[in-house]
Ligand binder design. Structure first.
Ligand SMILES: [Zn+2]
Length: 255
């Protein structure tokens, strides 16, 4: 199995949009979607912002990119038609962009946890998750979107695991096995700052569950020697995790 990272640019926003509260600090986030070439299957994990910044985020987010996820897909030697599976960690706009509206991968099945959809339906109008609901429901009706209820293997060697907190039904993705295992943490631990176990986010659905799951999962990645792919980390986004007295630290892995 071969893994590539398909960047979808960088966003800039106020820290309050990521952590809650009203911090006057600008913060940068990357979007490192994952492409796994697994035999005849081509699996995309999360899907960036899509063709343009979603309307709901205009004014609060700025998107900077020279090349998009689709440009990087092409550079990797693949067409949109080649993608067979798309796994969405959850329904926030910065994770579902290219997958849903309009769906960019005509031959792919898109996988969403049912709990994430249920939560999104309860969000207020204008919320990013709520905005994804019509596309997901349409996809289910048309047969290109499949709702999952819990952990499971999507293709041989690629397994989703529900670790909620950031959202209901938030799923992480284990890729490979044995000594060659990588973990896509999505927004459970999206960047190195989240290795500080005292950090609590005001924008998580259930911050305590997120924190508990984060600690458990990071410990597991250390014991398995897994390479962790940090979706929003603008610096070194492929890391190994080590327990420290204060929390965890990231050791960069040569990509
Ligand atoms: Zn995110």
């Amino acid at each position: 199995m071969r893994i590539r990272i398909l960047d979808d640019g960088v966003f800039i926003t106020d820290a309050g949009d990521l952590f809650g509260g009203s911090r006057k600090m600008r913060i940068r986030g990357a979007m490192h979607a994952v492409l796994a070439e697994a035999g005849d299957d081509l699996v995309l994990i999360d899907a960036g912002f899509g063709p343009e910044l979603p309307e709901a985020l205009t004014g609060r987010y700025e998107l900077r990119r020279e090349k998009s996820l689709m440009d990087h897909l092409q550079e990797a030697g693949h067409a949109a038609e080649d993608v067979t599976h798309v796994i969405l960690s959850h329904l926030d706009a910065d994770h579902v962009g290219w997958a849903l509206e309009p769906p960019s991968f005509p031959n792919a099945t898109v996988y969403v946890q049912e709990d994430a959809l249920k939560e999104a339906r309860r969000m207020p109008a204008g919320d990013g998750r709520r905005e994804a609901v019509p596309a997901v429901e349409g996809g289910v009706e048309e047969g290109w979107c499949e709702l999952l209820s819990g952990n499971g293997e999507i293709v041989s060697g690629i397994r989703v695991e529900v670790r909620s907190g950031h959202s209901a039904g938030h799923q992480i993705v284990w890729i490979g096995s044995g000594e060659n295992v990588a973990l896509f943490t999505a927004d459970l631990a999206p960047a190195k700052i989240w290795l500080d176990t005292d950090l609590i986010s005001g924008v998580d659905t259930d911050p305590e569950a997120a924190r508990r799951n984060r600690i458990e999962v990071l410990e597991e990645t250390e014991s398995r020697g897994a390479t962790v792919i940090l979706y929003h980390e603008p610096g070194d986004f492929l890391v190994n995790i080590r327990r420290t007295q204060k929390g965890f630290e990231a050791v960069p892995v040569k990509g």
